[in-house]
Design a protein around this ligand. Structure first.
Ligand SMILES: [Zn+2]
Length: 48
C-alpha cells in the first residue's frame, strides 16, 4: 500500500484509477502528492 511520504499514513488508493503524473492530496495532511507509478501505486512529493 502506498504511504504518504509527508505524514507516513497509509493511502487507501485501492480501486482508484490513477495515472502516472496525476496529483492527489493526502487525506491526512492534505499535502499534494504526485503519482509516479500505478502498479503498484507509488507517490512522491512534487519537486518544490
Ligand atoms: Zn500525508
Amino acid at each position: 500500500m502506498a504511504k504518504c511520504p509527508e505524514c507516513d499514513s497509509d493511502l487507501e488508493l485501492e480501486g482508484y484509477d490513477l495515472d502516472v503524473g496525476e496529483t492527489i492530496n493526502c487525506p491526512e495532511c492534505s499535502v499534494e502528492l504526485k503519482v509516479t507509478n500505478n502498479d503498484p501505486v507509488t507517490v512522491t512529493l512534487p519537486a518544490e
